[in-house]
Design a protein around this ligand. Structure first.
Ligand SMILES: *Cc1c(COP(=O)(O)O)cnc(C)c1O
Length: 414
């Protein structure tokens, strides 16, 4: 029998950002000084050194030779994409708009790939002209790619995005298995491969993506192994050797109380085993993993300023100049079923010993505009800076910024 009181689950420590003089440091700059430099609140700040450290840590944990791609829909800020393009081996885009940012950022077109269920004819032509790899998700794309290739005199480089016959267990967002709008059902891939051969497209390989935001290494290991085995089976029907095998990603980061950081050890071991098997059975293939939030999410914060402190029936509400319109995910309205708090702190009162239960809300006229619901925070008032951690991915670009007519949020790479 235990006599310990049961503690409520806590957020993982946000110790990637150091604290000095009671203030959070971003890129080495105290938060109030950074806010003055930005000149306004709210803003998102992304820390270059943390981005570099993340890629370094991954490279150390994964076998060398595994190609690391950045899925830029997680954060398409041009300066950040340019920084990432220098750190990773390739960029994955999901529209012609993202393709432009990736190419402007200096990404090597040979290592850019394009996925998405509704690619437009013009986008496919742009992709062929750019010389990037298109992850085909429908037979409809084949004649469009063939036309573009003929018109431009450039081969259309293609891989097949497969909707696998399994799901990524315990993932936050399932993107494969069962009926899905993504990819081509595994059982129909042999026919599509024959079509690629007939259309004379340059077949390079397969793309499998089972789901995202997974914090369980064993589930990711299982999905990568099953993806690899499926690719081996499908390769038997391929019109050319497999040179590119994207096993997806799905690496999660801890957002909510009780969640812990992913253990990369088993994933690295498994990828090393798959690499050895690939050397024997798909000797021309390079193995790719594509990550979005895992690369950038923990390196970013959202910062807004307290405008008012209201006590309603004894409960303190910190009314801020930021909210749901700029950070939909932290408000709990971006794919969550039950709302939970992101890690939040008062960024200029990190050393205050006093604590109170308070809520941080935004200026919008909806009860959904909530950044922190009854969290234990340093007592704060007008002028203080509310920081939402884990905000480097699916922030500004994934929020309805026009909602209620407030100005767009600023983003800085520090
Ligand atoms: C969204 C997406 C990603 C990135 O997902 P994260 O959870 O941010 O890692 C990777 N690949 C594909 C195909 C995606 O659609």
């Amino acid at each position: 029998m235990t006599t310990e009181a049961k503690q409520p689950p806590r957020h993982a420590a946000m110790d990637q950002f150091p604290v000095a003089g009671g203030e959070l440091l971003v890129g080495g700059i105290p938060l109030t000084r950074l806010a003055a430099r930005v000149g306004r609140t709210p803003f998102y700040a992304y820390d270059r050194r943390l981005l570099e450290a993340r890629v370094d840590a991954l490279r150390r944990a994964l076998p060398s030779g595994i190609m690391l791609h950045y899925a830029m829909k997680a954060n398409p800020m041009p300066a950040l994409v340019a920084h990432m393009a220098r750190l990773v081996d390739g960029i994955d885009v999901a529209s012609a708009g993202e393709l432009k940012i990736a190419l402007d950022a200096g990404a090597d077109p040979h290592h850019v790939s394009f996925a998405g269920p509704g690619k437009q004819a013009a986008e496919l032509t742009q992709a062929v002209a750019a010389g990037i790899l298109v992850n085909v998700e429908s037979a409809r794309e084949l004649p469009l790619l063939a036309q573009a290739s003929d018109a431009l005199g450039v081969p259309a480089r293609v891989a097949v995005r497969v909707n696998p016959d399994f799901e990524l267990k315990s993932s936050g967002m399932k993107m494969g298995g069962g009926p899905k709008q993504f990819g081509v059902d595994a059982e129909e891939v042999p026919e599509l491969l024959a079509g690629i051969g007939r259309a004379g497209l340059a077949f390079e390989g397969f793309h499998l993506f089972a789901g995202s935001q997974n914090l369980r290494a064993e589930a990711i290991v299982e999905a990568q192994r099953k993806s690899f085995e499926l690719a081996l089976r499908l390769a038997e029907s391929a019109p050319a050797p497999v040179r590119f095998l994207n096993l997806g990603g799905g690496f999660g980061i801890p957002y909510f109380p009780g969640e812990e950081r992913l253990d990369l050890g088993p994933i690295g071991d498994n990828l090393a085993a798959l690499q050895a098997e690939a050397a024997a059975r798909l000797p021309e293939a390079e193995l790719v993993i594509e990550l979005g939030r895992y690369l950038v999410g923990e390196a970013g914060i959202y910062v807004c300023r307290v405008l008012d402190r209201k006590l309603s029936r004894g409960h303190p509400f910190l009314v801020t100049d930021g909210g749901l319109h700029q950070h939909l995910a932290a408000s709990g309205n971006f794919g969550q079923v039950l709302r939970k708090n992101y890690p939040v702190a008062i960024g200029n009162r990190m050393d205050d010993a006093a604590r109170e239960s308070a809520s941080a809300v935004g200026p919008l006229c909806t009860p959904l505009d909530l950044l922190a619901d009854r969290m234990t925070l340093a007592p704060a008032g007008p002028g203080d800076l509310v920081v939402v951690f884990q905000s480097g991915a699916y922030g500004a670009s994934a929020s309805p910024q026009a909602f209620l007519g407030h100005p767009p949020v600023t983003e800085v790479l520090v």
